[in-house]
Design a protein around this ligand. Structure first.
Ligand SMILES: *Cc1c(COP(=O)(O)O)cnc(C)c1O
Length: 221
């Protein structure tokens, strides 16, 4: 069995029934995706449009692709025909474009709203208050071809597990608050990467996005 297969199986075996593995294959070749596919993995995440469309074209069509990176509005059209979940919606403008492109291909595209909880300045995403306001204003109801099914977030890039857990808990509490009030349709909370997915799962993650642990450290980023 390949190293990739072994590592996929170890992650999957460690997850509760309520959480799924998104194998983040960015910066890795299609052959690496195929190795993971051959041991049963069907859910993959990519963060660059061109890299994703290249892999989509050459790989089996029963793969479920999630987009997890910063998405520019002018590139939505390239992934709208096949993407199964866009996890990284960070503006209303982007959601509007996804809706327009989804309409053109006669689809309803599932989306997660990206939340900013980490301390890094550079991370994209909405704040809790922004989202409370948007949901109260029913800002998402006008979009017929997108379905907002939950939230995605990243903890700070730190070794401090107490801080990581605190950030995941904030996300999880907010997710529950929204699901119990303004967004009963919520069903996915995407949080956790290679170094912190164990903690994320304990705090209620339903989708863990694991890349380097499975495919090895990336040579470039
Ligand atoms: C790259 C990436 C991941 C995977 O990170 P690893 O540390 O390699 O597991 C998860 N989520 C997002 C948004 C990413 O860009």
């Amino acid at each position: 069995m390949s190293g990739i297969a072994e590592r996929i199986q170890s992650v999957v075996a460690s997850l509760p029934e309520t959480a799924r593995l998104v194998a983040v294959s960015k910066f890795n070749p299609a052959e690496a995706v195929l190795q993971a596919y051959n041991c049963g993995q069907r859910l993959f995440g990519e963060s660059k449009v061109q890299e994703l469309t290249g892999k989509y074209e050459v790989l089996p069509k029963d793969i479920e692709w999630h987009f997890i990176g910063h998405l520019q509005t002018n590139k939505v059209k390239y992934i709208a025909p096949f993407i199964s979940l866009i996890q990284s919606v960070d503006s209303l403008k982007l959601l509007k474009e996804i809706d327009a492109q989804a309409k053109k291909v006669n689809r309803v595209i599932d989306c997660l709203l990206e939340i900013h909880v980490a301390q890094e300045e550079t991370k994209y995403g909405f704040s809790f208050d922004e989202l409370r306001t948007l949901f109260k204003e029913r800002a998402f109801d006008v979009f017929e071809n997108v379905s907002v099914v939950g939230l995605m977030g990243m903890a700070s890039n730190t070794e401090d597990e107490v801080q990581i857990r605190e950030e995941f808990r904030l996300l999880s509490d907010f997710y529950k608050e929204m699901k119990d009030s303004l967004a009963p349709q919520f069903r996915e909370l995407s949080m956790g990467m290679s170094h912190d997915y164990h903690i994320a799962v304990e705090e209620g993650s339903t989708l863990v996005r694991v890349g380097s642990f499975i495919f090895g450290e990336r040579v470039y980023a």
